[in-house]
Ligand binder design. Structure first.
Ligand code: VAH
Length: 314
């Protein structure tokens, strides 16, 4: 059976739904530190689980006959800068717990998300290669860079089947993101519907790698369904779909809502965004396990506005 740790988060929420569609509701145990998403809690098996508690995770895996874990709990880039030691504690110890359970053969397979945050100001910014300089300047990015090193080590030394992808910024309408730097690209759609305007905390020409949630979920289920010999990279795969600036996303909204207005007031997250690449080379993922994205900016904007109009008009 499958355990999702951090199931109530932005990705966890949609990953849980998709995995239940694929594997059957009762074969996917959702878990989080609290019951902040009641729809999810009531949609299938759910347990309260602290990702920092090794014995709690181990007992959960034994009690529910878990063989695969998706570890989706983490403090993201903006929150990590406010609470560095908490971000290190949660992001690293939760990973060690599941890696050690796999080393002890308590579980068989792990998915662990990395991020474009592993790259830093000295990384080539355009079409960032799979293997390149990674000198992250955020706590979150440091935890993801070190986490990748440990994933590769546990695979090479202990034969642990852990798989990982470097998510770009992810845009979705079902669950809000929590404390990221790319969150502006989610908030803008909500504000467009509610207020017809949005004040962006990133400057208008801040180009970042982004992806619609459906593509992120597709990549996650695809890499986990691939055969072991297809997975050539055991640190984490670059993954890419679209790259855009706040100005680009505002223009794509104006095509659907001509009266929409955007303004700019960069805050502390601008420095985080400036340390990240503008676009990513994901040739390896496309070659090794047939990755391809479906949503471009126009299609994503249309889908986001349709779904959010339903949500706010409901
Ligand atoms: C963040 N959404 O902003 C996350 C992600 C690449 C960005 O890691 O921190």
């Amino acid at each position: 059976k499958i355990l999702i740790i951090g199931a109530c988060g932005q990705i966890g929420t949609e990953l849980t739904t998709k995995l239940r569609e694929i594997h059957g509701v009762n074969n996917v145990i959702a878990s989080d530190i609290n019951t902040r998403n009641l729809d999810l809690v009531n949609a299938g098996p759910f347990v309260i689980l602290d990702a920092k508690n090794f014995n709690a995770i181990k007992d959960c895996c034994i009690n529910h006959n878990i063989d695969t874990v998706y570890l989706m709990a983490a403090l993201l880039s903006a929150t990590g800068e406010k609470y560095p030691m908490e971000a290190w504690d949660l992001n690293m110890n939760s990973l060690f717990h599941v890696l050690n359970l796999a080393k002890d053969r308590q579980i068989k397979k792990i998915f662990w998300p990395s991020s474009i945050a592993v790259f830093g100001p000295t990384t080539p910014r355009e079409n960032t290669p799979q293997h390149t300089v990674c000198e992250p300047t955020t706590v979150y990015g440091i935890t993801k860079q070190v986490g990748e090193r440990w994933c590769e080590y546990y695979h090479d030394i202990y034969g642990v089947d852990v798989r990982s992808i470097r998510y770009p910024g992810i845009i979705s309408h079902k669950a809000m993101p929590g404390g990221g730097t790319t969150d502006y690209a989610v908030e803008i759609y909500h504000q467009a519907i509610k207020e017809g305007k949005y004040e962006s905390f990133l400057s208008e020409n801040t180009k970042l790698p982004m992806m619609f949630m459906d593509d992120a979920i597709k990549a996650t289920t695809t890499i986990m369904a691939a055969s072991k010999d297809q997975i050539k990279i055991r640190s984490s795969y670059n993954l890419s779909a679209i790259s855009f600036t706040p100005n680009d996303i505002a223009n794509s909204i104006k095509e659907e809502m001509p009266e929409f207005k955007i303004s700019y007031k960069p805050d502390f997250r601008q420095a985080i965004a400036d340390s990240w690449p503008s676009s990513i080379d994901d040739t390896a993922a496309r070659k090794d396990w047939n990755w391809s994205h479906d949503f471009d900016l126009k299609k994503m904007t249309q889908e986001m506005l349709i779904q959010l109009k339903k949500k706010y008009k409901a």
